[in-house]
Ligand binder design. Structure first.
Ligand code: UDP
Length: 330
């Protein structure tokens, strides 16, 4: 009954591993440490350093460790980078995921949970967006994940693999107990950038686009606390283990904040003012995207507990300070 977590040394994956071991689960992490950290994996959890697209390695792992479920986080996740390096994204996020799914099927792993993204919707016709909205991703990142959704759907029809696809909205915050958080070097995500700027680690920050058709002209996003997100995976795992059907769900709070809203909250919570430059649009960004969460609440009985932007920001700030002290300590 061991759960294989790919990308378990990364931001969301490391929160998942803590949630699983807190629940008494047996866990193995597979991570190539390209953006993750060895220290982010608790000592009692085996860490295999390697590539999730390496079929020989993954097949051996599945057989030797008795893997019964895979939670697949490892991916490239930066929208503008996907625009400049599409083939890198299709290799890592799509082609290698195909190998991982093939290993799951060959190794008899029946339960698969996949980290998809709101980017599969592109610029939705309606917000909050429901899972039945037609998918029209507007960047290679979204398309690289959509292919995997399709592979899972087709594979589940042809084999006895079952899956839950979770379409993440904007994941933020950190473990409330301070054990892990967003630690990626050169992170580009809004809350991380704003928090680093508030702490003086960056001289200033930019708002990418103030001419969008939104109330204040900056982009609207649905920011979900990482702890609520990993709980959704626990709910998904229970669903699959108890015989639930394959399923695709949004993971978000059904609430949008603009980039300017977020920066204001970061200034308020940190008590620091900092320079913000209003800049042009960033490649690949949709104007507004907010989750409908009716399905995840009804089918998985997901109950979010951290739907509060100031708390998300406070925990992100706390984590950034810890990370800074860790770096100073060498
Ligand atoms: N953003 C910004 N300044 C930054 C980082 C992000 O204005 O330094 C904007 C970005 O253009 C987008 C929103 O914040 O409109 C969320 O971007 P992020 O990269 O956090 O997540 P994404 O929605 O791209 O997955």
């Amino acid at each position: 009954m061991t759960v294989l977590v790919t990308g378990g040394a990364g931001y969301i994956g490391s929160h998942m591993v803590l949630e699983l071991i807190d629940a008494g689960e047996s866990v193995v992490v597979l991570d190539n440490l390209s953006t993750g950290f060895r220290w982010a994996v608790p000592d009692e959890v085996p860490l295999v350093v390697g590539d999730f697209g390496d079929e020989a390695l993954v097949s051996k792992l599945i057989a030797e460790r008795g893997i019964s479920a895979i939670i697949h986080f490892a991916a490239k996740i930066v929208v503008p980078e996907s625009v400049s390096d599409p083939l890198g994204y299709y290799l890592n996020n799509t082609a290698k995921a195909r190998n991982l799914i093939a290993c799951a099927v060959a190794g008899g792993v029946k339960n698969f949970i996949f980290s998809s993204t709101a980017a599969v919707y592109g610029e939705p016709q309606q917000n909050p967006v429901t899972e039945s909205e037609s998918l029209k991703p507007i960047n290679p990142y979204g398309r690289s994940k959509w292919f995997v959704e399709m592979m899972l759907e087709d594979t589940a029809k042809a084999t006895d693999l079952r899956y839950v696809v979770l379409r993440y909205f904007n994941v933020a915050g950190a473990d409330p107990k301070g054990r892990t958080g967003q630690s990626t070097a050169n992170a580009t995500h809004l809350i991380k950038v704003a928090v680093q700027t508030a702490l003086g680690q960056r001289a200033g920050m930019e708002v990418f686009g103030t001419d969008y058709p939104t109330p204040d002209g900056s982009c609207l996003r649905d920011y979900i606390h990482v702890t609520d997100l990993v709980r959704a995976h626990m709910d998904a795992l229970r669903h699959l283990r108890t015989g639930g059907d394959s399923l695709t769900c949004n993971a978000g709070y059904q609430r949008g904040f603009s980039v300017l809203d977020v920066i204001k909250v970061v200034k308020d919570v940190s008590g620091r003012d900092f320079p913000v430059k209003l800049s042009g649009r960033r490649a690949g960004d949709p104007a507004a995207i907010v989750a409908s969460n009716a399905r995840i609440k009804s089918v998985l009985n997901w109950q979010p507990k951290h739907d509060d932007l100031p708390s998300i920001v406070r925990q992100a700030l706390d984590w950034e300070r810890r990370l800074h002290n860790r770096k100073l300590a060498g």
